[in-house]
Design a binder for this molecule. Structure first.
Ligand code: HEM
Length: 230
């Protein structure tokens, strides 16, 4: 590492494959479509947003199908990333020292693997929200509900469907709040976005924020590359 640093060349560490990035952006795009179409159906004052999707009828059709795209693509993210998001002892230490995280004093924090406790929180909370919104969303979607009722041989009552609507909306608000935290963290921790655009991060970023992960990557062949200095 030090030899490379001295040469002035940039060290790049591979973080995501092309397919993982496509998978992530499919989740992100479907999430934004759901947010805007869902908001437009939620309250009459936001109905104007349906113009983005070609009117009310189109929006009513699009919203549940975008939900299916989100659920299927999120399942892909889940299967790719769940192992790296399993909790570890150091996550509790990281949370206990949150004030050092917020003041950027990484020296007081334990070495972090591929994801820190904050990222793991985003991962697991979105997992729960996607599942709950899928189940309650089907309860509010005539064709989807009719199919599920036929499969399971039961008929949802009006009260159950009303409850589904309340849970669906509450979960959407929480999922949006967690998404805002996620995007804010990406902007706040400079150098993070390139992980999901180019698929790699700088050696300095990896050393500062995910040192345990970097040590592992260095021991693998080909994931840490040197790029000529500009
Ligand atoms: C539209 C705005 C979004 C942006 C700019 C964005 C950006 C990013 C970036 C840069 C990373 C890489 C972080 C790293 O490797 O350290 C990432 C990871 C990730 N993102 Fe997003 N994202 C967005 C939306 C979403 C949405 C809507 C979801 C889920 C509902 C999501 C779920 C994830 C997950 C699960 C990871 C992997 C981190 C982990 O597993 O803990 N992202 N995102």
């Amino acid at each position: 590492m030090s030899k490379n640093d001295a040469s002035g060349d940039k060290i790049q560490v591979r973080r995501y494959s092309g397919s993982a990035r496509i998978n992530h952006w499919l989740v992100a795009i479907s999430f934004v479509v759901l947010l805007l179409s869902g908001a437009s159906l939620f309250h009459p004052s936001l109905f104007g947003l349906t113009a983005l999707f070609g009117g009310g009828e189109m929006t009513r059709w699009l919203h549940p199908w975008a939900g299916v795209v989100l659920a299927v693509s999120f399942l892909g993210l889940f299967l790719r990333f769940f192992v790296a998001n399993l909790p570890e002892f150091t996550d509790f230490v990281w949370v206990a020292r949150l004030k050092h995280v917020l003041s950027g004093k990484e020296d007081y924090l334990p070495e972090v693997g591929k994801y820190n406790a904050g990222q793991k929180f985003v991962f697991w909370s979105q997992t729960v929200f996607v599942v709950v919104m899928l189940v309650t969303g089907i309860g509010l979607w005539e064709p989807g509900l009719a199919t599920v009722e036929q499969w399971l041989g039961f008929k949802a009552t009006i009260d159950q469907r009303r409850l589904a609507a309340v849970i669906h909306a509450a979960c959407a608000v929480l999922a949006i709040a967690v998404w805002v935290i996620h995007v804010y963290a990406v902007i706040w921790v400079r150098g993070t976005l390139s992980a999901m655009t180019r698929g790699s991060v700088s050696g300095g970023w990896a050393w500062r924020h995910h040192r345990k992960w970097l040590r592992k990557e260095v021991s693998k062949d080909g994931s840490v590359k040197q790029q000529p200095a500009e």
